[in-house]
Design a protein around this ligand. Structure first.
Ligand SMILES: NC(=O)c1ccc[n+]([C@@H]2O[C@H](COP(=O)([O-])OP(=O)(O)OC[C@H]3O[C@@H](n4cnc5c(N)ncnc54)[C@H](OP(=O)(O)O)[C@@H]3O)[C@@H](O)[C@H]2O)c1
Length: 237
């Protein structure tokens, strides 16, 4: 599955009830290489599995991250997969903006907090389990619209900015973690946006996860701090 990682590896999945989060969780649980998965979500998981240790917490908060850290308890983490992200939320009136006048400071701060600050704060909280001498892959979901080079259409101010900030934070963390664990591989991964894709061409979450696992499997320590699409091609920052 992930050749860099040892047999019986320990994984942490954040956002385990989301589309990609739940698909990666199922994939990890079904692999004989996986030893143990700590899955964190704001809502309880509705199933049990001998390899699964689930925790109900909101890791966008300090208390949620503390609860996760207590469960991990300082043991080495070989795979940290962050599937948390926010594009729109009708309950908070958050929608991708089309024009400058739609920018709202509260919505902007919330999108930045969930998409950019939270993944970095998660790495900070779990740093004792990521540093050391063990192989570790830290993957966090980004989006192609977070690429400044690729921005030819405009719009989506908050989301684009949050994913660009996400990428900068992950790239910076990759540099720090490289000093603390020579085997660390930090990756920003693209999940394809599918809102306007015809139904027959939609990728299932399972298919996307299979691709993302393949992308992770092909990376090495030399490419830590990089940004990849789900077909395995690098994306310009
Ligand atoms: N959907 C797309 O087409 C698309 C395209 C490009 C990139 N992406 C990115 O891919 C990632 C996952 O996508 P997905 O389709 O799996 O999304 P999803 O089904 O909406 O899942 C995202 C998860 O993020 C967590 N989350 C969202 N809002 C939150 C909030 N306010 N507070 C705390 N946690 C929150 C939730 O985790 P829990 O419910 O488990 O707590 C949620 O299930 C995101 O980073 C997204 O930006 C998505």
């Amino acid at each position: 599955m992930l050749p860099h990682l040892p047999e019986g590896f320990t994984a942490v999945v954040a956002g385990a009830n989301g589309g990609i989060g739940s698909a990666i969780l199922q994939s990890l649980l079904s692999s004989p290489q996986t030893g143990h998965v700590i899955a964190v979500s704001r809502s309880p998981l509705v199933f049990e599995h001998p390899k699964l240790d689930s925790i109900t917490a909101d890791i966008t908060t300090t208390t949620g991250r503390q609860a996760l850290c207590e469960r991990v308890n300082g043991r080495p983490v070989h795979l940290l997969f962050n599937a948390i992200g926010l594009l729109h939320d009708a309950s908070q009136n958050i929608q991708p903006e089309k024009r400058l006048e739609q920018l709202d400071e509260v919505s902007f701060a919330q999108v930045m907090h969930i998409n950019a600050a939270t993944p970095a704060l998660l790495l900070a909280a779990l740093k004792p389990s990521l540093q050391g001498k063990h192989a570790t892959i830290i993957a966090s979901l980004s989006a192609r619209v977070g690429s400044i080079t690729d921005n030819g259409y405009g719009g989506w101010y908050s989301y684009r900015a949050s994913k660009a900030a996400h990428n900068m934070l992950l790239r910076t963390a990759a540099i720090e973690l490289k000093r603390l664990n020579k085997q660390s591989i930090v990756l920003c991964l693209q999940k394809p946006f599918q809102a306007r894709v015809p139904t027959e061409k939609l990728f299932s979450a399972e298919f996307v996860v299979k691709q993302l696992i393949d992308v992770m499997a092909k990376r090495s320590q030399e490419t830590t701090g990089s940004f990849w699409d789900c077909a395995g091609e690098p994306i310009d920052w």
